[in-house]
Design a protein around this ligand. Structure first.
Ligand SMILES: Cc1ncc(COP(=O)(O)O)c(C=O)c1O
Length: 279
């Protein structure tokens, strides 16, 4: 765990950082966040992540105490203070101290540094499972801190030997709790939903990594298509490309990690390395 975090622009030892009990994030779960990797001290695709973070804040009526430029500078200070070559950053903007238990106050900005994601290698070489659940996130394009449904379903996920929940609504695929979903059809097209989801930055990077390899189509996707896909994979900042080999206990394709899941994971990682540049 990193030693330092930051609260409203002040770098402090994480063990000593604290937030008051009247923050609306504590009382009503009101707040937003974002999460991204860094390497060689450089935040990955910083522009895109900060854009999403400030957009989420604006949509929730929250004004961060630091401007984008100040936050960008500040991130580098925190990364330098912790002295790690690579890791992950979590930005959290809360509803702030509320005067009456309901109305937002001045938001608190927390910046946490986490270790670089470290999933077991088998998740990538053997794939993962999902369970499906009918649900539509309330404000899909906002990265709110509300993960109530996914967290409530953790015992069921564990019982099914799955890693996450796949959300669908009126028979249409949406996303997974903390990742976007792609499928490879029998026609060798890469397909992903185009609405009512969080527009993942990794999803966007996959569009770029797939250029010239296979057609990518963002459109309405039925759950029928998901179960009958040749390959399914999920994408996220901390997951890269993770192949899905079963959903609700039903095998996807031949039940093994597919060609495109591997190929696009390599493509995504090459794209990311290209962004970081040389050490
Ligand atoms: C609901 C949801 N969808 C999709 C994603 C993937 O987004 P990204 O690739 O930007 O990490 C996340 C990531 O946390 C998420 O919470």
């Amino acid at each position: 765990m990193a030693h330092y975090c930051s609260l409203n622009g002040n770098i402090v030892a994480q063990e000593q950082a604290s937030l008051g009990v009247m923050d609306l994030a504590v009382l009503r779960g009101y707040g937003i966040f974002d999460y991204f990797l860094f390497k060689y001290g450089r935040p990955l695709l910083e522009e895109q992540y900060l854009e999403r973070f400030y957009n989420s804040a604006q949509k929730m009526g929250l004004e961060p105490p630091l401007s984008r430029q100040e936050l960008s500078r500040h991130l580098r200070e925190l990364i330098a203070a912790n002295g790690e070559d690579k890791g992950a950053i979590r930005l959290v903007l809360t509803g702030g101290y509320t005067p009456d238990g309901y109305t937002p106050g001045d938001p608190n900005l927390i910046v946490l540094q986490h270790g670089y994601p470290n999933y077991p290698e088998s998740y990538f070489t053997e794939g993962i499972g999902l369970i499906s659940h009918p649900f539509q996130r309330e404000w899909p394009e906002v990265k709110s801190i509300n993960y109530l449904t996914g967290i409530k379903l953790l015992p069921e996920i564990r019982r099914a030997g799955a890693l996450e929940v796949l959300y669908h609504y009126n028979g249409e695929l949406r996303e997974a709790v903390r990742s976007n979903v792609f499928l490879v059809t029998e026609k060798e097209e890469l397909v992903t939903p185009d609405r009512d989801i969080l527009f993942g930055i990794t999803r966007d990077s996959i569009f770029k990594a797939a250029e010239g390899l296979l057609p990518v189509i963002a459109r309405k996707v039925s759950m029928e298509e998901v179960y009958n896909a040749r390959e399914v994979f999920v994408t996220g900042s901390n997951k890269s490309v993770m192949p899905v080999v079963h959903i609700d206990g039903r095998p996807i394709g031949d039940g093994k990690v597919g060609y495109w899941s591997k190929k696009l994971k390599d493509g995504l990682e090459a794209y990311r390395e290209g962004y970081y540049g040389a050490p």
